[in-house]
Design a binder for this molecule. Structure first.
Ligand code: C5P
Length: 421
């Protein structure tokens, strides 16, 4: 069920740590690759050797442990497809809620873009304490997931809520997160991301501030839902998600050529790249001398990839993006129609200078009936998740015989109206 899925199992200092041994075994049995990270206190309850034996994978006990790589929290944070903390203490939850990173586990949680799943275990009053409740709420708002502790006899000889959830329930929650039933499973998804660079001479170019974060988040999310993803990326400073085909390009024309080629096999196209609209009319192969600098640079338009491919979309689903500085929604509506998109994701541009580089985005999603959905400011990973949900709805509608009929009727209706005019 979890064949080849990469899970970091974080174990913190709770008496329930012994149950993590069975959990690690069940995850491995389900086919997952498990790397265990133990806090110092966890090692007082159970030994790393237990996990090394059960998982046959690495067990990392600190930044400076012998088996750790030079920057283990970064490497692990990127490697993980899911980070599960079981058992999770009130302390680790609190540290994560305030963004502390004084041990390997919390540093990794601060660095990862993978989903984070907590399975807490603690005394009832600690769990019910308003500080813990606030911390849990804060993390939930940041998109963290929970397997709630259950009620029963606790190690402190009291009875109440705070027992680590049953191992099979934790494994089920892992499976739900890693293998959500998705209409994207098996679909071929093409995503453009990042800026393009338009050379002017051997070392200078025109470009923009795009970080590529939105496109990369979409690639990660579509792959997580089982899609076969081709990510067509301009130059960015991001680590590509595992398990996708990455094609790197520099210029808009290179991106257009690669997109055109991949589009034939594509079911869903998402154009998240900030393609440079213009390029220098002439690009020198040598470096232009300062003394010979022209007063102006003549520009010529680049191909509009989304516009060109949108015209030939047939049954494909096409999603465009629009960063607008004025009348965001109206401008995005026009752009959706012009570029023949099923969905247009719009955001206000021009405020924060580094909005492109931000990890959060506040967007509007316009559908093909011009319905507008305003999302709150969310981490880009969550925006990607909502966009993928909307694409799944479109796939469902396309597959529904009723919608197909209504679609035909609607089209016919429109034609009749046109003839009347
Ligand atoms: O027209 P505008 O650049 O605002 O449109 C933005 C949308 O069009 C984005 O989805 C972007 O990826 C796409 N686009 C493109 N090729 C261009 C310019 C924009 O694919 N040359």
């Amino acid at each position: 069920m979890l064949s080849g899925r990469r899970i970091v199992l974080g174990i913190t200092g709770s008496i329930a740590a012994y149950k993590a041994a069975d959990l690690a075994r069940q995850l491995v049995k389900a086919g997952a690759e498990v790397t265990v990270v133990m806090t110092e206190n966890a090692c007082r309850f159970i030994t790393p050797l237990t996990f090394r034996t059960l998982t046959r994978g690495p067990v990392i006990t600190g930044f400076f442990a012998e088996q750790a790589e030079p920057v283990p929290h970064i490497a692990l944070a990127q490697w993980a497809e899911l980070i599960l903390i079981a058992p999770a203490t009130a302390d680790t939850i609190a540290k994560t809620a305030v963004g502390r990173a004084d041990d390997l586990l919390t540093a990794m949680l601060l660095d990862t873009t993978a989903p984070i799943l907590w399975a807490p275990a603690m005394n009832t009053r600690m769990w019910d304490n308003s500080v813990t409740r606030e911390n849990v709420k804060k993390l939930t708002q940041r998109g963290h997931h929970w397997v709630q502790p259950t009620e029963g006899e606790l190690a402190c000889a009291e009875t109440g809520r705070g027992r680590l959830a049953e191992v099979e329930d934790i494994v089920a929650a892992v499976q739900n997160l890693l293998l959500p039933a998705s209409r994207l499973t098996g679909k071929q998804v093409l995503i453009t991301a990042g800026p393009t660079r338009e050379p002017w001479d051997a070392i200078r170019f025109l470009s923009n501030r795009s970080s590529g974060k939105m496109g990369y988040a979409l690639a990660e999310e579509a792959r997580r839902r089982g899609a076969k993803v081709t990510l067509l990326s301009g130059p960015v400073a991001l680590i590509p998600p595992a398990g996708i085909d990455l094609v790197t390009v520099n210029t808009a024309r290179e991106m257009y050529a690669a997109a055109k080629k991949a589009f034939v096999q594509t079911d869903i196209f998402m154009a998240a790249a900030a393609v440079a609209d213009f390029r220098p009319a002439e690009s020198k192969t040598n470096k232009i001398k300062k003394s010979k600098a022209p007063e102006t640079i003549a520009l010529v338009p680049n191909p509009d990839i989304l516009l060109e491919l949108g015209q030939h979309k047939g049954e494909k689903i096409v999603v465009g993006f629009a960063a607008e500085s004025d009348k965001v929604v109206d401008a995005a509506k026009q752009k959706r129609v012009k570029k023949n998109c099923d969905l247009m994701v719009a955001n206000a541009a021009g405020g924060e200078a580094d909005a492109f580089a931000a990890d959060h985005a506040q967007v509007f999603i316009l559908d093909n009936q011009d319905q507008v959905e305003a999302l709150p400011s969310l981490p880009k990973a969550q925006v990607a998740s909502v966009i993928c949900d909307r694409i799944e709805t479109l796939i469902k509608e396309k597959n529904s015989p009723h919608t197909q009929k209504t679609g035909t009727r609607r089209r016919r209706g429109r034609k009749e109206n046109e003839e009347e005019k």
